[in-house]
Design a protein around this ligand. Structure first.
Ligand SMILES: NC(=O)c1ccc[n+]([C@@H]2O[C@H](COP(=O)([O-])OP(=O)(O)OC[C@H]3O[C@@H](n4cnc5c(N)ncnc54)[C@H](O)[C@@H]3O)[C@@H](O)[C@H]2O)c1
Length: 248
């Protein structure tokens, strides 16, 4: 399986799962646009790609801002003329009980976690339609299915991603574009560490049937599958990558 001659845009590509996905796509031959709110981390991942012999364009973006997303599309097309794969990965995971949650807290999580995936899809779909092919891979979460106390806005945003993916998959199937999501369980990144000690991270792994939390590469492998030819007949799905922690 190769992704040679493909161009992938990865939002939130500057660290964590986005970085692992970026490096995995590059190993398969893709050129990558590393898009992140944090330009410094996007640049450092782009440098890692270059060091590995690949090609990367770092771009600063706020996925919740329409103008910023449209500028990302223009930068990507300015460099390579086509975009074959969109990885909607950028996200945020704050903690707040519903009784304490402000409307601003709620709105920002929904704006970034699902609004950002909508804005990015809307920006790149016309490009993929023109090409007659494309892959859109959104990032949900196991929490979309099972919820998590203190993260109801996050759960709502990730459950919305599942519905968005199903609707968009039906719209785009006639154009040769597939739309799927991955739904990771707890993964070894900075995101869960905002709310968990090292001990709690370790303990979380002992509750997973496969005996550990996910490494970023476990999630990246699932994304590479959805981005490649072997997944050409898969659309509208959510692939749970949880080590068996959640089975539906
Ligand atoms: N790590 C986990 O346990 C886990 C589990 C399930 C789902 N996820 C999802 O996977 C994705 C990546 O998570 P991660 O663990 O790598 O998180 P992370 O916090 O390590 O990285 C998130 C990246 O997104 C970027 N970002 C945040 N808001 C942005 C915005 N508005 N515009 C552009 N970039 C923005 C950040 O700068 C950062 O580089 C997220 O969508 C997250 O919800 C993570």
């Amino acid at each position: 399986m190769t992704l040679e001659h493909k161009v992938a845009v990865i939002t939130g590509g500057g660290q964590g799962l986005g970085r692992a996905v970026t490096l995995a796509l590059v190993r398969k031959g893709a050129k990558v646009v590393v898009a992140d709110m944090n330009l410094g981390t996007a640049e450092s991942v782009a440098a890692e790609v270059a060091h590995a012999g690949g090609e990367a364009l770092p771009v600063q973006v706020d996925v919740a801002d329409e103008g910023s997303v449209d500028a990302l599309r223009d930068r990507a097309l300015g460099r390579w003329d086509h975009v074959d794969i969109l990885i909607n990965n950028a996200g945020m995971y704050p903690h707040s009980l519903v009784v304490d949650m402000s409307e601003e807290d709620w709105d920002r999580v929904l704006d970034v976690n699902v609004g950002g995936q909508f804005l990015c899809a809307r920006a790149f779909v016309p490009v993929m339609k023109r090409q007659g092919s494309g892959r859109i891979i959104c990032t949900a979460s196991a929490i979309a299915y099972k919820g998590a106390a203190g993260h109801s806005h996050y759960a709502a945003s990730k459950a919305a991603v599942l519905g968005f993916v199903r609707g968009l998959a039906r719209e785009l199937a006639p154009h040769g574009i597939t739309v799927n999501s991955i739904a990771p369980g707890t993964a070894n990144t900075a995101m869960p560490r905002q709310h968990r000690s090292e001990e709690s991270m370790r303990e979380r792994g002992t509750k997973v049937p496969l005996g550990r939390i996910a490494e970023p590469e476990d999630i990246a492998n699932a994304v590479v599958f959805l981005a490649g030819d072997p997944a050409s007949y898969v659309t509208g799905q959510s692939l749970l990558v949880t080590g068996g922690d959640l089975m539906v």
